[in-house]
Design a protein around this ligand. Structure first.
Ligand code: AMP
Length: 508
């Protein structure tokens, strides 16, 4: 089934209801959105053969919604690109995807028109308006394995690769979301796009729009905590996907304005990076029982395991620190180096099988063979290390590349980070391994201290000694003003390791 059918069905049922809002204003009803998508699909179909790739380079904007559905209805493939990338990096992605056309927001279009090898249509320009000549919505029939979205990875570990997501993958993702995480979604709900629509938030369009929820794009086109809180006061049944760093900023903004919970806030789904227990507890205190967690990756979009809002009610700290249970229709295993499943309690690489798993990496057979050694339909090796308990609950340790092996013992940086973050003097912490002649590797902690508090390595050492095994505690502390992060707010451990190697290199 073509994903555009989801829009067609929602528009048939909810024609007069708000479909897309900018800030507090309704821009288009479902009937109007349906008409615009029909026009865009007809225009794109006239110029592009089925399967052509169309790049989207834009901050969060209402046009994202109509372009995605227009591209799918025409039988084409969307290539959403992180708008914070440098024009040179956008070019790499557009070239890799072999995109025939790019849409760009007004701020980005002039640079991209110079940098990209394909035509670029600015979202506010005459060429865009010309696409909107009325035409009935015609939806191209597609097979379940037809490509819908080339999902370029955020590139925390090297050059970005295009995960090939099919119509079948995204449909399975949407259905699993409705089954597990937000079954209540309906026309009484709003989906707020605070996180980038090129990434996590864009995927949430599908289940929410399918159920008749309105899509709300902040007028700032991004994530401004105060604006976001105000939108949660305005739009009925507000829900959003937010990265853990955004949740933290939202909580701080709420505290700064006196702590009154937004009137309409229904659900915050967090994921895409570690949410430390300490921060989760603070956020739950501030916002109440609105949190759900998903663990996923671009290669199996937002669908590996999850914790529902009810699961967050548990008093069990291990449960809150875990990533929960396998999602509906998803099989999860912990595999040893040779590919055999490991028993409960033993850490190994997390592997996933099911209808959400990508078809492979676009034009990259080597990377595909590494991630999907048995081909499409086999296990996806996620590159994450985790452990399943006897009740089938998954706890994430770290990316396999981030595990520190010191004196033959595996040390999971996240465990050390969790402990450091419980110290009142620590605002942010990131733990990496550094080469060491005696131990192979040693643990090094990069720490941002809380405002006004001292850089006190001895106090942090004592704190670690009190909470974790001796061999896991950092051998060195480096105090920094900020941690290097990518544009989705994920800490770049690779960059930190490189920085550390430079710091430690003998001078002269
Ligand atoms: P991306 O493909 O850019 O979304 O990155 C996916 C990676 O982010 C996963 O492989 C994990 O390492 C990490 N990740 C995703 N969800 C979570 C989560 N709920 N908790 C901790 N890490 C996560």
């Amino acid at each position: 089934m073509n994903l555009a059918v989801l829009l067609d069905q929602a528009a048939t049922r909810h024609a007069g209801l708000p479909a897309v809002c900018l800030g507090t204003e309704t821009l288009w009803t479902f009937a109007q959105l349906h008409a615009r998508v029909g026009a865009i699909a007809a225009a794109l179909r006239a110029d592009h053969a089925p399967g052509a790739r169309i790049a989207l380079c834009s901050e969060n904007r209402p046009e994202y919604v109509e372009l995605l559905f227009g591209i799918w209805a025409a039988g084409l493939v969307a290539v959403p690109v992180n708008y914070k990338l440098h024009a040179r990096e956008v070019r790499q992605i557009v070239e890799d995807a072999g995109a025939a056309l790019a849409f760009a927001s007004p701020g980005l279009a002039p640079d991209l028109q110079q940098a990209l090898p394909c035509p670029v249509i600015a979202l506010d320009g005459a060429a865009y308006r010309a696409l909107l000549a009325p035409a009935p919505l015609q939806i191209a029939p597609v097979a379940a394995d037809a490509l819908a979205w080339l999902f370029y990875t955020s590139g925390t570990t090297g050059r970005s690769k295009g995960a090939m997501l099919t119509h079948g993958n995204l449909l399975a993702m949407a259905v699993a979301h409705l089954a597990d995480i937000e079954p209540e979604l309906g026309p009484q709900c709003s989906q707020l796009h605070g996180a980038p629509m090129s990434h996590g938030s864009g995927l949430y369009l599908l289940p929410s729009l399918a159920r008749g929820a309105r899509q709300v794009v902040p007028a700032s086109h991004g994530f401004e905590p105060d604006e976001f809180l105000a939108l949660c006061d305005t739009h009925p049944g507000s829900g959003a996907f937010l990265a853990p760093t955004m949740v933290q900023r939202l909580r701080e903004a709420l505290a700064a304005r006196g702590g009154r919970r937004p009137r309409q806030l229904r659900c915050i789904v967090y994921g895409g990076g570690p949410m430390y227990l300490q921060e989760l507890r603070r956020a739950m205190d501030a916002f109440g029982p609105v949190f759900a967690q998903i663990y996923g990756q671009g290669e199996t979009p937002m669908t590996i395991t999850g914790l529902t809002r009810a699961d967050h009610g548990s008093a069990d700290a291990q449960q809150l620190a875990s990533v929960g249970w396998p999602r509906s229709g998803t099989e999860v295993a912990i595999l040893g180096a040779q590919g055999a499943p490991l028993p409960a309690g033993e850490p190994g690489e997390i592997a996933v099988r099911g209808a959400t798993v990508m078809a492979g990496y676009w034009r990259n057979p080597e990377a595909t063979a590494q991630a999907l050694p048995q081909g499409a339909g086999g296990w996806l090796w996620t590159g994450d290390i985790g452990v399943l308990d006897h009740g089938g609950r998954l706890s994430l340790r770290d990316r396999s590349k981030d595990v520190v092996i010191s004196g033959g013992s595996n040390i999971y940086p996240r465990e050390v980070e969790e402990v450091l973050l419980t110290h009142p003097g620590v605002a942010e912490a990131c733990v990496v391994g550094a080469p060491d002649a005696q131990w192979g590797e040693v643990v090094v902690a990069y720490v941002v201290v809380a405002p006004g508090l001292p850089q006190d390595a001895a106090a942090l050492d004592a704190h670690c000694l009190a909470h974790i095994a001796r061999f896991k505690r950092p051998k060195r502390y480096v105090f920094v003003d900020a941690l290097p992060k990518n544009s989705y707010g994920k800490v770049l451990k690779r960059a930190l390791r490189e920085l550390d190697a430079q710091r430690e290199a003998p001078q002269g």
